[in-house]
Ligand binder design. Sequence first.
Ligand code: GLC
Length: 446
Amino acid sequence: MPAGKTAKNNVTKKAVAKTPLHGKTDWFTHDRFGMFIHWGLYALPARHEWIKQKERITDEDYRKYFEHFDPDLYDPKQWARMARETGMKYFVITTKHHEGFCLWDTKYTDYKITNTPCGKDLLKPMVKAFRDEGLKVGFYHSLIDWHHPEFPVDKFHPMYEDKAYRKTGAGRDVRKYARYLHNQVRELLSGFGKIDYIFFDFSYPGSDGKGRDDWNSKDLIKLCRRLQPDILINDRLDMLDVPGGWDLCTPEQFMVRRPYMIDGKEVPWETCQTFSGSWGYHREESTWKSVKQLLYLLIDTVSKNGNLLLNVGPTARGTFDERAEARMTGVGEWMKYHSRSIYGCGAAPADMRCPEDCRLTYNPKTRRLYVHVLNWPIKHLHLDGFAGRLKYAQMLNDASEVKIYETHLPDSCWGSEEDKSKKTAILELPTAKPDTAVVVIELFMK
Ligand code: GLC
């Protein structure tokens, strides 16, 4: 032990000197599309990951899920392959959700995977499998913990309404819990190789809430950056006003209307979204989004400089259910031919006007503009303001030429006086929409 301790201290001292203030966002803003995975004991009740809280389930009653967690069909290589084939470039796995259950063989609690009938660490092989498929690695880690004996019985706690329980829990010390939290984060960020992203969830400062002082967010961030200097940290540690307190914003289940701004400055952002409404596996949810809706979400997000983190909640057998698979296959089929309009792309420059019923993405390196046609027009797609600027146009799915016309149109066709005097560019499209969920036209700029 002493020898190990000395070595570790040396490493720490060295690292402190160059602990950066921010993580590296270049891969993140390039990759644009990731897979979120919510997997824990809540996969067994199969009716939302907040089930313990929603149904006010006691620790004792919740125990049955711990005693029956045995994902016998778990094949992380298959998950990773599917993620890659869907076009996802990184993944974020719930190491621990609010229920407090840990997916890895942590030394800080017994409430972990190795003590369930499953009996083995699920996180290690998952990280390896996804890395082997070329995906970047992210950990979601819950700040909230409804199992830890020192986590206060606050307004979100499952036992909050039980007055007697609250009374016995009155002496709980959040500082002790914070030590546990920091210890586990240290374990996660030192035992699994390079971790590219950590997604903490979540703070709710204010009356009976939790925030930066409870988690000791400042030191937690320092710890993360010291152990993993490039790591990206999300914005849920209640540190938005602190330099270095976050690297990206994470609007949840929300379509933003324009590139995300904080204090008047654009920032990297990622929206996390479910296939239906629940993050954990939900057997009976019926609000599943279609492939077309999911593509729209992805395209719209990238057109506003954002990332999409699309969630799957695996079953307690260890599989992605067929509804998730069908959607991933559909998105993957589109991505196979269209990922060029997603990776490395972002919002189009302001002087490139978006045509009607379309979304634009732009790759500044290749200087190609991608027109995503959401509603197939009859023959003509008007590109106002593009006359004289286009070199070539093609369908992205099959590289077939799209003819460009540049012309003055009769007065009756024009919207504004200003436009009247100028030439416009028109793309001539086939009458029948090509057989792909969202057609993309690739424009080579002069
Ligand atoms: C929320 C929820 C949670 C989910 C998460 C994803 O904060 O509490 O269940 O894991 O968002 O962003």
